[in-house]
Design a protein around this ligand. Structure first.
Ligand code: HEM
Length: 432
């Protein structure tokens, strides 16, 4: 447990795609990384391998019955939320998303002019939170509420790490982070329930998460209650903010370590966006931006591990899996398999040129999972990440304060950098 990520990487490298058994003392889950086996678990046998068991306990204590559950509770939430994330709806939101992002990026001008370094993770979180609240939550969350939700979420995301990594420790045994988790959750609940109450009778119109949930609860014959709305609001807030801002945080040290990639990225953006503010229609002319984002999620798939429990006996890669046993799926380890990826540790967006991407095994690269639980936010993420990256790079040069190679991954609920990182921005144009 001193360096669980290094140990997992060692096991992943040694097993190189074979099903391996981990000995965590109280629990002995199987580690599944080969693309064929991942496909069997997530897609071929998705009815057999379900979200259940002790590894889901910490998440269930946070989200309750919601889109992050399984069985009927999951299906009901998914039915309500899926339309908010259809490609058509997301396309409709793209212009307001670009506006929200450009406005959030405007606020980097002041530290850039002053030559003051900005902390990367909080800066990415601010941009993502402002965008998500305006666009996905229909701008129904007031500033004062956002000012409570955002630090509460941060507290929860960092304090849940021990429970997440050691799920077999009973709740009554105290662990580091428990107090902060309880405080974050209380703050979150107070704000979320107040919001649910404020929109009790008039959830508004439009396609946003908030309206979809409140309308479903009000629908005739509905047995959904406030707790259901709260659970899904919390699940959607957590999945839509923490993942995106963590992934974008990795971008900056990664680019700093690869100046030739950064130079090519800048050249593409300069040629397409020039002095304009980024718009969604720019993105179709920015293929390298897309490749950089894809490769970023290969090396740093922030949803780095997720478990399933077998409902009945089966075989996986020659290994017998008995009913009740747990398998761990890890995009982080699969994306670094030496037998699947050449130079797996090197950041190289060339891997994702359209013809190379087309010839990949569907489950060689799966940062968003697959099968029935595949991430519903993947189109939102791609759009948001490409717009944020392009908006910042078109307007600022960036210099890391830390040596980029000293930044390593630390595992918790998501894959975060192991240290606070800062960067200095310099306006690309004198008038910016
Ligand atoms: C870097 C960005 C993201 C990554 C790497 C990521 C990763 C994932 C993964 C691996 C899963 C599958 C979990 C499983 O199979 O048990 C998932 C599910 C999910 N993601 Fe994402 N996600 C990202 C961004 C987002 C965003 C922006 C949203 C919302 C706007 C979102 C909402 C969800 C939801 C609701 C689910 C559960 C879907 C279901 O069970 O039906 N995610 N995500």
């Amino acid at each position: 447990m001193q360096d669980p990520l290094a140990e997992l990487m060692r096991i992943g490298r040694t097993a190189d795609g074979q099903v391996a058994r981990l000995d965590l003392g109280a629990s002995r889950p199987f580690l599944v990384t080969h693309p064929d086996h991942v496909q069997q678990v997530l897609r071929g046998e998705s009815d057999n391998f379900v979200r259940d068991g002790m590894f889901w306990r910490p998440l269930h204590s946070l989200f309750g019955d919601s889109i992050m559950s399984e069985y009927a509770e999951w299906e009901q939430s998914k039915r309500v939320l899926q339309p908010v994330f259809s490609t058509k709806t997301i396309r409709g939101l793209s212009t307001s998303m670009a506006t929200a992002i450009n406005e959030a990026v405007d606020r980097l001008e002041e530290p850039a002019r002053a030559g003051r370094a900005v902390p990367v993770m909080p800066t990415m979180s601010r941009i993502v939170n402002e965008t998500v609240i305006k666009v996905l939550f229909g701008d129904k969350i007031r500033q004062a509420e956002a000012d409570r939700l955002i630090p509460a979420m941060e507290k929860i995301a960092t304090s849940i790490a021990f429970r997440f990594l050691l799920p077999f420790v009973p709740d009554k045994v105290p662990m580091p982070g428990d107090k902060a988790f309880a405080e974050g959750l209380a703050m979150m609940d107070e704000t979320l329930y107040a919001l649910v109450d404020r929109f009790r009778t008039s959830p508004g119109e439009g396609y946003d998460i908030f309206t979809a949930l409140c309308q479903a609860r009000m629908a005739e014959g509905s047995d959904l209650d406030d707790a259901w709305v709260r659970n899904n609001l919390l699940a959607m807030f957590a999945t839509s903010t923490e993942t995106t801002s963590t992934a974008l945080t990795w971008l900056w040290p990664t680019l700093a370590a690869k100046p030739e990639v950064e130079e090519r990225l800048r050249a593409e953006i300069r040629a397409v966006v020039g002095d304009e503010r980024v718009r969604p229609d720019h993105l179709q002319h920015l293929p390298y931006v897309k490749q950089v984002v894809q490769e970023l999620l290969r090396l740093y798939p922030v949803g780095w591990i997720f478990p399933r429990v077998a409902q009945h006996d089966t075989r996986l890669g020659g290994q017998e899996i008995k009913a009740g046993q747990t398998v761990l799926i890890s995009p982080f380890l699969s994306h670094r398999l030496p037998s699947v990826w050449e130079r797996p540790l090197e950041f190289d967006p060339e891997r994702f040129t359209p013809d190379k991407a087309r010839s990949m095994h569907r489950y060689a690269y799966f940062p968003f999972g697959g099968g029935p639980h595949q991430c519903i936010g993947r189109h939102v993420f791609n759009l948001e990440a490409e717009l944020i990256l392009t908006s910042i790079i078109s307007r600022f040069h960036t210099t890391m304060e830390e040596t980029p190679t000293s930044v390593e991954a630390r595992i918790g609920a998501t894959l975060r950098p192991n240290q606070p990182i800062r960067m200095t921005l310099r306006p690309v144009r004198a008038t910016t």
